[in-house]
Design a protein around this ligand. Structure first.
Ligand SMILES: CC(=O)SCCNC(=O)CCNC(=O)[C@H](O)C(C)(C)COP(=O)(O)OP(=O)(O)OC[C@H]1O[C@@H](n2cnc3c(N)ncnc32)[C@H](O)[C@@H]1OP(=O)(O)O
Ligand SMILES: N[C@@H](CCO)C(=O)O
Length: 371
């Protein structure tokens, strides 16, 4: 359940369902009572529950992977659907909004036990906590083990956490565009983003619901993030040094009147777009959950940790990704038992290639999902 805030927190597209999964003791020490998980499903679960696939969304994604019975295209529209690599005629596909999110699951804008939004009181939730919550939803849906769990970026980190936390419940695991742990640089980029929000004068320590929304901070956070999602070559080829006509970056009698370069206008657009669809506290909560990503925490070396899993792994990376380097995927693959290749998605775009280069990814993934 969510409360009304200055931004919509529940998507109006898709057929979103809600499940109460009870209270959650959190890894970092907090407690979330009465957790709700929002989810969508496509296809039909077979009698023995053996055809279920979990698709985990990335940082600002929602449960809406593909359109299904709705009119709204999803964020992996070409990857999942009837006849697609994740074939909803064959598989029962589930996608769950992460705890802390703003697409229907319990998050900072949800009511705390006193009936007012959690806001600044929302506890630190790790990716591992979310996995525990999702396992309870799987129980409710009658899914003992997943045919596959897959995702890109934070979705891939969530998939990896599933395979190691519940070895007996994951038969195949696709970890795309993410490594075994958030690196120092990834944490550094993330901190700049969360600080941009926290330093917005409207943020009010996180208790801004009912008042002005910290949109400048959230938009700045998205700009920083978006630069890391694209490659230098893509930005150069697409925008170069072109001005955003009719604005002129080099004609101004004072700094505040300076016109923008195209790339600045593009980033402004990306920032403004996110502000229309995402809650600032959720952005912080989920970003900090991603900072916590370390599949080895409390489990030993990477090889020892991965040896717990019983899954067959599919590892992929975008060759031009400057946020989640292919070398991090290679490190993950090397530590897995057996010979596991890294499928390189060849695309100049950078990290976001896992969302845009569906042709390549789909062909590779289809093979992995064969019986
Ligand atoms: C309710 C929901 O939306 S659910 C959640 C959906 N989103 C997700 O799941 C998150 C994952 N998706 C994404 O991050 C992105 O959508 C991606 C990676 C798939 C695609 O990235 P995009 O940013 O859309 O593509 P791209 O970089 O080409 O940007 C296109 C936009 O930039 C705009 N743009 C391009 N050049 C300029 C410029 N010079 N100045 C201003 N805007 C510009 C385009 O007009 C276009 O605008 P639009 O998206 O409003 O139509
Ligand atoms: N652009 C994507 C990728 C993040 O890894 C998102 O916003 O979720």
């Amino acid at each position: 359940m969510t409360v009304t805030v200055t931004r919509t927190t529940v998507p109006e597209h898709g057929i979103v369902r809600y499940a109460s999964i009870g209270g959650l003791e959190l890894e970092a020490g907090g407690y979330l009572p009465d957790v709700t998980l929002a989810y969508e499903t496509w296809g039909t679960l077979n009698a023995d529950g053996s055809n279920a696939i979990l698709i985990e969304h990335a940082l600002t994604g929602s449960t809406h992977v593909t359109r299904g019975d709705s009119d709204e295209p999803g964020w992996w529209e070409q990857l999942a659907g009837p006849g697609a690599p994740v074939d909803t005629d064959r598989f029962f596909v589930v996608s769950i909004n992460i705890v802390g999110g703003c697409y229907g699951s319990t998050g900072p804008s949800s009511p705390a036990p006193d009936g007012t939004p959690w806001g600044s009181r929302f506890p630190l939730v790790t990716l591992r906590d979310s996995t525990v919550a999702e396992a309870r939803l799987a129980d409710q849906l009658g899914i003992g083990s997943w045919y596959a769990v897959l995702g890109g970026s934070m979705g891939g980190a969530r998939a990896l956490e599933w395979a190691v936390t519940y070895p007996e419940r994951v038969k195949r695991c696709a970890v795309i565009s993410v490594g075994a742990a958030s690196t120092a640089e990834q944490i550094a980029f993330a901190q700049a983003q969360t600080l941009a929000i926290r330093q917005d004068p409207n943020f009010n320590g996180g208790d801004y619901y009912g008042g002005p929304f910290p949109e400048d901070g959230l938009a700045l956070a998205r700009r920083i993030a978006h630069i890391t999602y694209r490659s230098a070559a893509e930005l150069e080829g697409r925008f170069g040094r072109e001005p955003q006509a009719p604005e002129s970056p080099l004609q101004a009698d004072c700094l505040s009147a300076r016109g923008r370069y195209q790339v600045e206008s593009y980033l402004d657009h990306q920032g403004n777009k996110l502000v229309q669809r995402f809650d600032a506290n959720s952005y912080i909560a989920i970003t900090e959950a991603l900072m916590s990503h370390d599949v080895c925490r409390g489990r030993g070396t990477l090889a020892e940790t991965l040896a717990r899993s019983e899954a067959r792994f599919f590892i992929a990376a975008v060759d031009s990704d400057r946020l989640y380097f292919p070398s991090q995927s290679q490190e993950l693959a090397r530590a897995l038992p057996g010979d596991v290749d890294v499928h390189l998605i060849q695309a100049p775009i950078g990290h976001d290639g896992f969302l845009t280069e569906i042709g390549q990814l789909g062909n590779q993934l289809r093979q992995h999902l064969l019986p």
